[in-house]
Design a protein around this ligand. Structure first.
Ligand code: HEM
Length: 415
């Protein structure tokens, strides 16, 4: 029930009892009205359930991500002795580092990326998407429903990251199960079985990447790991084996799940809105329209809802005092529906321009893979819509129960 008309001090009280019910399927299915109510009460507020501050407006979430007194402070997930691989791959990951380590590693990875990987991958992304569209056509040729997640949305980012890292095609089937198991660690309320599965996946994946890196040290290829080694040789900076492994795992985890879910959530929203679908169809041969539509898919029902930071010193943001050691989360989905920044934020508008969403973050941790992610989203959207002009949802797709990584259970369509 909307509570915006309740007296302000009562609103603050209600906010403190926590309205984001992460275990409530109704909230998971439609989080945006709750975000709107909470944002109107206070853009930065304490959440009792999560035991951290949460930033719900564009300004407060942006301030949290930019603030240099709020850092990614790596604390071991779980006892280091029982979960060595998980702790290792996070302790050495770019996303968990702060300057000066972050600056050094980010510069290395960014210059390896800058060696034309995105441009070289573009024609391969187009070819992968066309191949996957053929598989969709085969599966749906008799009029039966096709679940687009396993057959279209999931394989594309795996092929792209597999190619980027130089993983042989014959091993691509290993990547998705590893990534799936590891990213379950970022949800709240996870079980010990989930933690053990994540540890096994991290340990197997780390061993795999160590072998790959050893092979590339002997024999350089055309992949990102080889380029990281080249950059290191050329400018004399140092990347440790642990950092190389952690970077490979981060690229798969960061680059895979989010891209799958932008495609899934975005297509679901688009296919529920015939006038928006028509706007994409009308602009299908105009790269500018496809680029705008892709940004709106990231904004409208984004795949990554929450990023945490920890205060390194006592800090005041938006008039709220945050003590050293306390956690603060930027709620990207809430920020991306802020009416102070987006006209009619609850309305999907594939031609929205400008669209300053925070879907790729902001500040020193801004998504390093955004240019590649954009190529993937634009290609998968335009290929599918162009190839299947009569594509339609079978039913309204359901979101899976996870909050942080927001995705669908299934995406059944007829073509
Ligand atoms: C960081 C979103 C795809 C690599 C981030 C962050 C966000 C994000 C919000 C910032 C996290 C923070 O501030 O704590 C997304 C979305 C994607 C996507 C929505 C897809 C639609 C990719 C891809 C790659 C990638 C394809 C690589 C191939 C990274 C890396 C970082 C990062 C390495 C860490 C950067 C740093 O800490 O300096 N991403 N990402 N992402 N992303 Fe992405």
């Amino acid at each position: 029930k909307p509570i915006t008309r309740v007296m302000p001090d009562v609103c603050v009280l209600l906010a403190h009892t926590g309205q984001m019910r992460l275990d409530d399927p109704e909230f998971i299915a439609h989080p945006y009205p709750t975000f709107a109510t909470m944002r109107a009460q206070a853009p930065l507020q304490w959440d009792d359930d999560l035991q951290m501050f949460i930033a719900l407006s564009h300004a407060s979430a942006g301030a949290v991500l930019r603030h240099r007194s709020l850092g990614r402070i790596w604390e071991d997930f779980l006892p280091a002795a029982a979960y060595p691989a998980l702790n290792l791959i996070h302790r050495h990951a770019l996303l968990e580092m702060e300057p000066p380590e972050h600056t050094r590693l980010r510069r290395l990875v960014a210059s390896a990326f800058a060696r034309g990987h995105v441009e070289r991958l573009r024609p391969r992304v187009v070819a992968f998407a066309a191949e996957l569209a053929n598989a969709v056509a085969d599966a749906g040729s008799d009029g039966s429903p096709v679940d687009l997640l396993p057959i279209y949305a999931e394989p594309l980012p795996i092929a792209v990251i597999g190619s980027l890292l130089g993983v042989p095609v014959s091993d691509w089937h290993l990547l998705r199960p590893w990534s799936n198991a590891i990213v379950k660690m970022y949800e709240y309320g996870r079980s010990p079985a989930t933690e053990q599965a994540a540890e096994s996946a991290a340990s197997e994946f780390a061993a795999y990447l160590r072998e790959l890196a050893t092979a590339r040290r002997r024999n350089r290829g055309d992949d990102l790991i080889s380029d990281l080694l080249r950059v290191q040789d050329e400018d004399g900076s140092k990347i440790t084996d642990d950092e190389l492994v952690a970077t490979g795992i981060l690229l798969l985890n960061a680059g895979h799940e989010a891209t799958v879910n932008v495609t899934g959530n975005g297509l679901s929203a688009l296919l529920q809105r015939p006038e928006q679908l028509a706007a994409v169809q009308n602009g299908i041969s105009d790269p500018a329209v496809i680029a705008l539509a892709s940004e709106e898919l990231v904004r409208f029902d984004g795949p990554l809802q929450l990023f945490e930071r920890t205060a390194t010193v006592d800090t005041t943001i938006h008039g709220v005092e945050i003590g050293a050691g306390q956690k603060v989360a930027a709620l990207l989905g809430a920020a991306n529906h802020d009416p102070d920044v987006f006209d009619k934020p609850e309305v999907m508008n594939v031609l929205r321009d400008p669209n300053p969403h925070l879907g790729f973050g902001v500040g020193i941790h801004f998504c390093l893979g955004a240019p590649l992610a954009r190529v993937e989203i634009q290609t998968s959207l335009s290929t599918l819509i162009d190839r299947f002009p009569h594509i339609a949802l079978v039913d309204v797709p359901q979101h899976n129960p996870e909050f942080v990584i927001r995705g669908l259970e299934q995406l059944p369509v007829t073509i």
